[in-house]
Design a protein around this ligand. Structure first.
Ligand SMILES: [Zn+2]
Length: 482
């Protein structure tokens, strides 16, 4: 993985609520203010970096640590300080229960693309079969979709522009080809992953989905698309929508969906979501990643119509949305933990960061909020303790190991969902990190390995920020680009 050093970026304003929030506290009470986390925040705080090179496998693992990509920019949100909290959300066929409203949309769509809907399999009374949507697409003479690499075309750009201007009220002068390419065509993935193999593309075609075939399901495992993809929707030969997707080992990640405002009556956003959940099921991708969910943002509300789970960044566990909804209401911060154990986060005498250090496993767990567990964000981040302990660890890292972290782009001392400073200190004390720790750097196109002891104090601070984000093991695979 080749990345530029991470930066902590105050965005100046918040694009989700358009700075309209009156209450910007992460936590329920006033204790956050008392804890010295500052006053009202009316902006989005982002940790971001440019990616020069990355595999889909690496990106998949990072998605499950709360990152997302926009083109070749990789970022995650500071969940403590941003006024709108971006929670990673995923779902699948088992979590999805179609609503009455969605059924109506599907039926309307079927009737629009397949006027002889009576030719489809008869619908038993009082049941609803999602298979009819796929059947209708297959039998339709007017509608089809086409999967292809995430490449630029004039036709795609024109549709994108129409969508941005009419649906998002963008200024037409701001919507240019470069921004479209940067946002929806460029990727950090290799040419092989971008192009894919002919058989992988063949398998994506709806007519080849296993349940339409007698071939059985072994078939799709042999040749499974992994890579960035555009699914183009055509009606009467005209491009009417584009679904921008990343096919990843653990699931299909939805990046963006563009639709022609003239076809708003078809509710194509909903249709694409349902179809993609079905595609995950048919082609054996475990999860459908819908990106970020912002609980109190009306524009994001549609995502919870697909059911699913929300990622608790601190414990790296996904919890069913229905179980944690009460904790995140009004956009609050949530961390699930044992109710009666007090504030152990960053506690001394424990393994450095206490029980809330970020586990360095490949994929997070699935969980349920067990009895006796509740939202402990308040206990963890609402008191001064967490800040005091982190500052102390930061000072010790500076004094004993010459780690300077005073640059404006350094991560704050306390930030949810990254390895805490006490954990880093513990790694030094236990020998997991030492002055021989090697980092690969790419400076002016030339690659070299540098030991921790050879770095400037500021350079050490930079490496520590990377380790806080990625963990020790992953950091060994990272090349930092300057
Ligand atoms: Zn906001």
């Amino acid at each position: 993985m080749k990345v530029t050093p991470p930066s902590y970026i105050p965005d100046g304003h918040c694009g989700y609520c358009k700075d309209s929030k009156l209450d910007h506290y992460a936590l329920e009470s006033e204790s956050r203010r008392r804890a010295g986390f500052g006053g009202l925040v009316k902006e989005s705080m982002t940790i971001g970096m440019s990616i020069w090179e990355m595999t889909c496998q690496e990106y998949d693992e990072l998605i499950n640590k709360g990152f997302r990509r926009s083109g070749t920019f990789l970022y995650k949100n500071d969940l403590l300080r941003s006024c709108c909290r971006l929670y990673t959300i995923r779902t699948n066929f088992l979590h999805f229960q179609i609503s009455k409203k969605q059924r109506k949309i599907v039926n309307k769509f079927i009737n629009a693309i397949c006027p002889l809907a009576s030719e489809l399999s008869p619908l038993a009374k009082n049941t609803f079969d999602l298979g009819r949507l796929i059947e209708a697409i297959l039998k339709s003479k007017d509608f089809y979709t086409k999967f292809e690499p995430s490449s630029f075309s004039r036709e795609k750009f024109e549709l994108y522009k129409r969508y941005q201007v009419r649906v998002h009220n963008d200024d037409p002068d701001d919507v240019d080809e470069e921004s479209f390419i940067r946002f929806l065509c460029n990727t950090p993935f290799s040419g092989n992953e971008v192009q894919g193999k002919p058989q992988d593309w063949e398998n994506l075609k709806i007519e080849n989905w296993p349940k339409n075939k007698s071939a059985g399901t072994d078939y799709c495992r042999q040749s499974k698309r992994i890579g960035p993809t555009h699914e183009c929707y055509y009606l009467h030969g005209k491009l009417i929508a584009i679904s921008v997707l990343d096919f990843l080992p653990s699931g299909i990640s939805s990046i963006y969906f563009i639709w022609d405002p003239d076809y708003a009556y078809l509710s194509l956003g909903t249709i694409s979501g349902i179809k993609e959940i079905q595609m995950c099921n048919e082609l054996e991708y475990d999860w459908y990643y819908l990106g970020y969910y912002v609980e109190d943002c009306p524009k994001m509300k549609y995502k919870d119509q697909f059911g699913g789970e929300i990622l608790d960044l601190c414990t790296e566990t996904y919890y069913p949305l229905a179980e944690v909804r009460k904790f995140i209401q009004n956009g609050r911060l949530f961390v699930i933990g044992e109710a009666d154990r007090g504030n152990k986060g960053g506690g001394e005498g424990e393994k450095g960061g206490g029980e809330f250090f970020m586990p360095d496993n490949q994929y997070p767990n699935e969980g349920h909020v067990k009895d006796g567990f509740t939202n402990v964000a308040e206990k963890l981040y609402g008191s001064c303790d967490v800040e005091i302990i982190a500052n102390k660890a930061g000072n010790e890292l500076a004094n004993k190991y010459s780690v300077s972290r005073t640059n404006q782009y350094n991560l704050p001392n306390v930030i949810p969902g990254v390895f805490p400073l006490p954990q880093i200190l513990y790694w030094f004390q236990s020998g997991a990190l030492d002055s021989d720790f090697e980092t690969r750097l790419l400076i002016g196109g030339r690659s070299k390995k540098v030991k921790f002891s050879q770095l400037s104090d500021e350079g050490k601070g930079l490496i520590i920020d990377c380790i806080r984000l990625f963990g020790i093991e992953r950091m060994k695979q990272v090349v930092l680009v300057f």
